[in-house]
Design a binder for this molecule. Sequence first.
Ligand SMILES: N[C@@H](CCC(=O)N[C@@H](CS)C(=O)NCC(=O)O)C(=O)O
Length: 216
Amino acid sequence: MSRIVLHNYFRSSTSYRVRIALNLKGVAYDYVAHHLRHGEQRNPAFLAVNPQGLVPTLVWSDGTVITQSLAICEFLDETIPEPPLLPADPAGRVHVRALAQMIACEIHPVNNLRVLTELRRRFGADASAIADWFGHWVSETFEPLESILASHRLTGRFCHGDVPGLADICLVAQVANNARFGVDMTRYPTIARIDAACLELPAFADAAPMRQPDAE
Ligand SMILES: N[C@@H](CCC(=O)N[C@@H](CS)C(=O)NCC(=O)O)C(=O)O
């Protein structure tokens, strides 16, 4: 068995998701950093691993290359069932997946580094316009997410009951990204409460961007 390798970047929220999942599952891995602002994700050696040039990319112990953070998390959950990242019942599973996808499909893709880079390059967006764009797309989803989490009968200490899972993984990584763009989290008290509860756990805290070897 070879070592498991995670290609990632400390600031990348999608990488942060996978670091949390690996920690929750107790999986040791080698950390390979690619500096996204220096364009290292487009180096030929990395493109040979993942032609999409995106982190996270996980190379499993048998050499299998796995991309896409939610697919990686579900692979880990299926390969190492304990502790589970998804509830056992279909209703719970679909709820947690929907919460995770609200963040992963509705916020992250429009606020990704390469999208912000194109806004600057094509439309001359300055730092203030970028922060405004970022905050707009966060609020488009965080407002309904806050409302769902505040009122849903399944919400507990975490997004679903008292066990952290896939939705919490996405939530924590997004909240960390929000801080970089000055998003006012007082508007989202339930999300902030769940974020704080997660960060009390070493699996989440140890995966935080500033605790990674390439942190600046
Ligand atoms: N849907 C993918 C998104 C991966 C992604 O876009 N990662 C970003 C970092 S958070 C990246 O590698 N960006 C490189 C770039 O923008 O050039 C996932 O969930 O893994």
